[in-house]
Design a protein around this ligand. Structure first.
Ligand code: GUN
Length: 293
């Protein structure tokens, strides 16, 4: 087996299982629906939102995009969230981040019905995850976990180091790994002896947003490396996407590694679709779908 984890192929498989789950619900007259809200004109966010819409429809789900101008007031956005909360055809709500600076993103996220919070960012879902209860799990860490389980099987007892402490990736990733009975360290920009800490990892998850910050000699031979970074850099006169890990040197020592692009990235939208299907099943009193291949 190659030591490169093919996130694109993995995501394709997961999207196929989601589509089968959606087809199964159609027989009961149920159509899962995802509403995405975008405020302003950030070009990267527009690309994400367009891709989310395309893949949602490809999976057989209903998709709504609500595009609001950058100067929209907080009250107007909250009114839209309330309307989507009350709409029984909407099972998942995603408010694209970042929001414009005049908005209180935490207040907006916490206004989403937790049962429809397919990002898993609502404070209730954060608390449920942290206490090991059934919740909505943030898409990027969920994608990382599915790939780790697929590669390694049982993760219990492994040393996991998560570099990065964001609410979107680092913290929920650490909670998920703890839930798998890993010994978990969260490292960050102030961590002393970061190289040594990384070298202790059987599982190394990099989510710091700094291009190629982690070189191969910080990787324990045979370790599994998950690179969440997506950094745009100028190199040799062209724009390239690179991760937080220096892929070429790390791939020589890692037992398995995700590339950038084509690793974690494709899994995020696939997990969003999976979460929407899960939310729809729960809303209809059905068991959670089986989404592991
Ligand atoms: N912006 C970039 N990634 C994400 C994501 O996963 N969810 C939301 N809501 N906004 C994002």
């Amino acid at each position: 087996m190659s030591n490169i984890i093919d996130g694109k192929a993995f995501a394709l498989g997961l999207r196929g299982r989601v589509a089968s789950g959606v087809a199964g619900l159609a027989a009961r007259g149920i159509v899962p629906g995802l509403a995405v809200v975008l405020v302003g004109e950030d070009p990267a966010s527009e690309v994400y939102v367009r891709n989310k819409g395309i893949q949602t429809r490809e999976a057989g789900m209903a998709s709504w995009e609500h595009k609001l101008p950058a100067e929209t007031g907080q009250a107007e956005l909250l009114a839209l969230v309330e309307k989507l909360n009350a709409d029984p055809a909407v099972h998942g709500i995603l408010v694209q981040l970042p929001l414009p600076a005049h908005m209180d993103a935490e207040a907006v996220i916490n206004a989403i019905d937790p049962a429809k919070d397919v990002d898993g960012f609502h404070i209730l879902n954060v608390g449920l995850l942290g206490t090991g209860q059934k919740s909505m799990v943030p898409c990027t860490p969920l994608g990382c976990l599915l790939m780790l389980r697929d590669r390694l099987g049982d993760l219990s007892g492994l040393n996991a180091v998560v570099v990065g402490r964001s609410n979107i990736v680092g913290k929920p990733m650490a909670q998920l790994l703890l839930g798998e009975s890993c010994t978990v360290t969260i490292a960050h920009s102030r961590t002393k002896n970061l190289a040594e800490v990384c070298r202790s990892a059987d599982i190394l998850v990099a989510a710091v947003g700094r291009p190629r910050m982690i070189p191969g000699d910080w990787v324990k031979p045979g370790a599994t490396v998950i690179d969440v970074g997506i950094n745009r850099i100028e190199e040799d006169g062209r724009t390239r996407l690179v991760g937080d890990v220096d892929f070429d040197s790390a791939a020589r020592v890692a037992g398995a590694i995700t590339p950038v692009p084509g690793g974690v990235g494709p899994m995020t939208i696939a997990c969003l679709l999976a979460n929407t299907l899960t939310a729809c099943c729960r809303a209809n009193g059905l068991p959670d779908p089986e989404l592991v291949g």
